[in-house]
Design a protein around this ligand. Structure first.
Ligand code: ZN
Ligand code: ZN
Ligand code: ZN
Length: 211
């Protein structure tokens, strides 16, 4: 029995701390308003929902991430497309693609585009680099030969050193007198990687579709 009281007392202490430090009265009020706003969204009373969101922002307190989704969805239905997109994208940024409302946020973003322009953008994997962002082309430096003229001896095979006795000549140590060296760009592979010209290195392409 004594033990039970002790446990009870401790857990009370912990919850007590959470209540006093974790949540301020403003947070509690913001959460209360958010629930109200969600209810209005559910009832499709978007103007009323928007008024409640304004009250939440006026509190200037931390708000749950899901607010961004519901606010964006409300603005979509009030035909405020730019602001709607900003809020919906903010939700996706905060919660990531796997967020509980991220899929719905993407759907709402498509709706925003469709309602405003009659078109929406879809992203397709680039059919040139297949999402890799880079493509291989024949090395431009050696024009696909894999070798270049030795940059040290400039193709003479001979290196010159000057000292007080005059010039001395010896075999170029860079190319061993061969006059050519492996291409310094492609290292002899004959190919170089460049940013994909088809997607500008994004790995995907934006395609405009009619709604
Ligand atoms: Zn590409
Ligand atoms: Zn050389
Ligand atoms: Zn090369």
């Amino acid at each position: 029995m004594k033990r039970f009281i002790l446990v009870f007392y401790c857990s009370f202490l912990i919850t007590g701390f959470n209540l006093s430090f974790g949540q301020t009265p403003k947070d509690t009020l913001a959460n209360h308003y958010l629930e109200l706003a969600k209810q209005k969204v559910e009832e499709k009373k978007f103007s009323e929902a928007n008024d409640i969101f304004k009250k939440i922002f006026a509190l200037k307190t931390a708000v749950p991430d899901e607010l961004a989704y519901f606010y964006g969805y409300t603005l979509l239905n009030l035909n405020k497309y730019a602001q709607s997109r900003a809020a919906l994208n903010k939700y996706i940024m905060l919660q990531g693609e796997e967020g509980p409302l991220s899929h719905k946020a993407h759907e709402a973003l498509i709706q925003a585009d469709c309602k405003e322009t009659g078109y929406h953008d879809v992203y397709m994997e680039c059919d040139i680099c297949y999402g890799d962002s880079t493509v291989e082309i024949a090395c431009r430096h050696c024009k696909g030969k894999g070798v270049e003229i030795c940059p040290l001896c400039k193709g003479s095979g001979v290196a010159t050193a000057s000292n007080s006795f005059g010039n001395t000549f010896h075999t170029c140590h860079r190319c061993n007198g061969e006059k050519i060296v492996k291409c310094t760009v492609c290292k002899g592979t004959l190919k170089e990687k460049i940013i994909c010209y088809n997607c500008n290195g994004k790995g995907r392409k934006r395609i405009r579709r009619k709604c």
